[in-house]
Design a protein around this ligand. Structure first.
Ligand SMILES: NC(=O)c1ccc[n+]([C@@H]2O[C@H](COP(=O)([O-])OP(=O)(O)OC[C@H]3O[C@@H](n4cnc5c(N)ncnc54)[C@H](OP(=O)(O)O)[C@@H]3O)[C@@H](O)[C@H]2O)c1
Length: 313
């Protein structure tokens, strides 16, 4: 089988296409024939070494955490899925999804909704779980809430807009001029163009400020957060984690999200997809051998929706 590997930290050129044996599923695992692998910014942050003090693993490594594919084989004790089932998953760090086959614990895997493609399904796991766990678990989202999403056009933000609408909330999305129509199409009720206006200086207050692209801070945003409101960021810096500890003493809470893999949340996202309340938007699909190009693209920080690697086996 083919997979992408890298033998040292570095820029996108370190990614190479390699051949290896198809892995055997261990106890409780299933072997998945990967049809598509979603790309996330964390893939390049691990590759370039900027997260080396958090994620330690031996080389060679295979990047990627999001997959969609077909169950090929059950390991001993794995019984939730049948051969031929279409599934998707967020893999724990270290397995590597840019690979034609992966073995994964069946508890981390969910059935794929029927109404989307493998490419679309692979675009959901990490970004969707991050958006859901931020809004539901940290923000306690309800239908009467007004949520501001900074970075509404990105992988996390584009799914977050749709999740707020699925909860019948009101959404203000912050994006650049070129993405205004895109976020409106996803369901944004109001749009702030960050090239013209700074959302932290405007006069509306929100129940939740979800900074999906982590470009703001609590201190800049607090004047636009309602009393008992919540600020959530996708980059949990030490200052955010310290503030999180004293949340019980504060009227405006701060959270840094660390998405946790699991099939319960993926099942919920699959249900939203089946109900046509959630659909990932894909800007570009790359071949496995073009993973370096895909990383250069995601590193621009300008992707609209998601990037995906399709495996053609
Ligand atoms: N902690 C966790 O568990 C977790 C999980 C997932 C992601 N993350 C992190 O969350 C961040 C976002 O992830 P992602 O997948 O959404 O990234 P992404 O898709 O690469 O984000 C790109 C988007 O951000 C927008 N953007 C860039 N600068 C902006 C600004 N100043 N204001 C508003 N929007 C801006 C871009 O739109 P324009 O071109 O219009 O600027 C583009 O659409 C990354 O840092 C990622 O590592 C953390």
């Amino acid at each position: 089988m083919k997979k992408i590997i890298y033998e040292k930290y570095g820029d996108a050129e370190v990614l190479k296409l390699a051949e290896s044996a198809v892995p055997e599923p261990a106890q409780g695992e299933i072997l998945v024939k990967v049809m598509a692998a979603g790309i996330n910014p964390v893939d390049y942050k691990i590759r370039n070494g900027s997260l080396r003090f958090i994620y330690r693993a031996k080389f060679p490594r295979t990047p990627g955490g999001d997959i969609a594919g077909i169950v090929e084989k059950n390991g001993s004790g794995a019984s939730k899925f049948n051969t031929g089932d279409k599934v998707f998953a967020m893999l724990p760090i270290g397995i590597g999804g840019y690979s034609e086959y992966v073995c994964v614990k069946e508890d981390l895997v969910s059935n794929m909704p029927d109404n989307i493609s493998f490419d679309e399904a692979s675009a959901i796991p990490l970004a969707g779980i991050t958006a859901l766990q931020s809004l539901r678990d940290k923000g306690n989202i309800r239908s009467d809430m007004h949520v501001l999403i900074n970075g509404g056009s990105g992988g996390v933000g584009s799914l977050a807009i749709q999740i707020v609408k699925a909860y019948n909330g009101e959404v203000t999305a912050v994006c650049s001029e070129k993405n205004i129509e895109f976020v409106k199409k996803l369901g944004a009720d109001h749009v702030i163009n960050y090239e013209k206006e700074d959302f932290t200086r405007l006069n509306t207050q929100y129940d939740i400020v979800f900074d999906a692209v982590a470009k703001s801070s609590f201190s800049e945003s607090k004047r636009v957060i309602k009393r008992k409101g919540t600020y959530i960021t996708t980059i949990p810096k030490p200052s955010v984690m310290l503030r999180q500890i004293i949340n019980p003493l504060l009227s405006k809470k701060t959270f840094g999200i660390m998405a946790k893999p699991g099939s319960d949340d993926l099942n919920y996202l699959a249900k939203l997809v089946a109900e046509e309340k959630l659909k990932p938007e894909i800007e570009k699909v790359y071949e496995l051998g073009k993973a370096s190009d895909a990383h250069r693209h995601i590193e621009t920080g300008r992707v609209r929706g998601k990037l995906v690697i399709a495996m053609n086996h």
